[in-house]
Design a protein around this ligand. Structure first.
Ligand code: MTE
Ligand code: CO
Length: 431
């Protein structure tokens, strides 16, 4: 996100700091009751319950021609992307967030993938779309979508995380819900052409070291991409989860840069220039750099480090029942695969290994569970993940010791949720 300083100040002025009664070491909590309905828990109508015959068993349902493109049940209407109105000055250069607390497994449904754009979502006619490739190449080329669709393609599942995900939480707990604290990540199966196939077709000159990748939207978003990464695992993707990219995700063509910050995943990609050094574009100098405590800024923090969050329980998904409960969450790492996730229910005194279920891919979201019994005691819930490089997700204090609190981007610290005796859950930190 770009309007960071302003949104930070706004967020702080809106923060309600509550005292977490009865728990020592809790720094601050953000107030507010969860305002999101969850249909599965609504009051049942007795006339639909056994021994009665339910309404939907008495009449014919809708026919096959009624909904050529299907949509979720009307009882799931609360499962939507949400935005935070005061976060940005305009809705076209803004962000909305993935409702992770309503999802399961590892794939984000297309209509729920968070959106981040700087000039609105472009509405591109694929027959008019072109990708230009020029600069330090033997043969400059312009590709149509028909050209791209005739090249060898691959399928890969990757997470995309905006560098600003959890960026509002650097100075303390701020937003009450994992949708808002961790919702700038989605996980999709992409179908696309390896970028190296396209680059090889043009022929790279020996001094080709960097690419400038540029979007065709009104923001003309551009970033410098090192040639090693471009030739390694980047894709020019045209499908997400089997169907065409959604307009807001870059239809008809987007760059996929596995494990790297979302900003460089250029949408509506229209131009690749090959050069011998980085361009130092706006989005890699004034934005998407990490301001350290001593005032220096770290440049090109491309990789997203390992991170995890418990999505249930969380402020939008409180605990409702005593006894048997399912805790679940997601973990991901830009450096490889998630190898293990630990969960604590008592603020870090005791950790247990979570059960990972579903496919585990490199640079993809991984799903974990802890099946547990709850008798109404207060909980301080955290998760921490390990990745295949041996890296362990840091605490927020460990991060701040190195990075200070001037940062906006790359906050992968451990998240804490306080579950109260009535099940309501809040965003807190443990000092
Ligand atoms: N590409 C273009 N052309 N324009 C943009 O505004 N935003 C970037 C990146 N690519 C952007 C873009 C940012 S900051 C992020 S986090 C991701 O796209 C968001 O991708 P998504 O909208 O699919 O979630
Ligand atoms: Co971003």
């Amino acid at each position: 996100m770009s309007k960071d300083t302003r949104s930070d100040a706004n967020a702080r002025s809106r923060r309600q700091v509550l005292k977490a009664a009865g728990l020592t070491g809790v720094l601050a909590a953000v107030g507010g009751r969860p305002a999101w309905p969850q249909s599965a828990h609504a009051e049942a109508k007795p006339e639909n319950l056994p021994p009665h015959v339910a309404d939907w068993s008495k009449y014919l349902g809708q026919g096959v021609a009624d909904q050529p493109y299907g949509k979720p049940s009307k009882f799931e209407a609360h499962v939507v992307r949400r935005d935070v109105e005061w976060l940005t000055a305009a809705r076209q250069s803004s962000v909305n967030f993935t409702p992770w607390h309503e999802l399961d497994g590892i794939i984000t449904p297309n209509g729920l993938c968070f959106e981040r754009h700087h000039g609105g979502a472009a509405d591109v006619n694929p027959s008019d779309h072109r990708l230009m490739l020029h600069g330090l190449v033997e043969k400059p080329l312009v590709f149509s979508m028909s050209d791209i669709l005739r090249m060898p393609r691959v399928n890969r599942v990757y997470f995309l995380e905006c560098a600003a995900n959890s960026g509002m939480e650097w100075r303390g707990p701020q937003l009450n819900g994992c949708q808002f604290t961790h919702g700038m990540v989605h996980n999709v199966m992409y179908t696309g052409v390896p970028l190296k196939v396209v680059l090889n077709e043009a022929g790279l000159k020996p001094n080709a070291k960097w690419l400038l990748v540029e979007g065709g939207d009104a923001s003309g978003m551009n970033r410098s991409l090192p040639i090693e990464k471009a030739l390694d695992d980047c894709l020019l993707a045209f499908k997400m989860n089997g169907e065409a990219l959604r307009p807001e995700q870059g239809y008809p063509l987007r760059l996929v840069v596995p494990g790297w910050e979302g900003n460089i995943w250029i949408k509506w990609i229209r131009r690749i220039e090959v050069g011998d050094k980085p361009w130092l574009a706006r989005e890699e100098t004034s934005k998407y750099t990490d301001l350290l405590a001593d005032g220096r800024a770290r440049r090109f923090t491309f990789v997203m480090d390992a991170k995890s969050v418990v999505t249930n329980p969380s402020p939008q998904a409180p605990l409702r029942f005593r006894g048997q409960n399912v805790l679940t969450g997601i973990a991901w790492s830009g450096r490889g695969a998630i190898t293990r996730v630990d969960v604590t229910l008592d603020g870090g005194r005791n950790w247990r290994e979570a059960r990972i279920d579903g496919p585990v891919f490199e640079r993809s979201v991984t799903r974990f569970y802890v099946d547990f019994d709850w008798q109404g005691e207060e909980l301080l819930v955290q998760s921490r993940c390990h990745d295949s490089t041996g890296y362990l997700q840091p605490t927020k204090s460990e991060l701040r010791a190195i990075r200070g609190v001037n940062s906006i981007y790359h906050n992968n610290g451990i998240q804490t949720w306080l579950v109260r005796a009535n099940g309501e859950t809040e965003n807190v930190e443990i000092s």
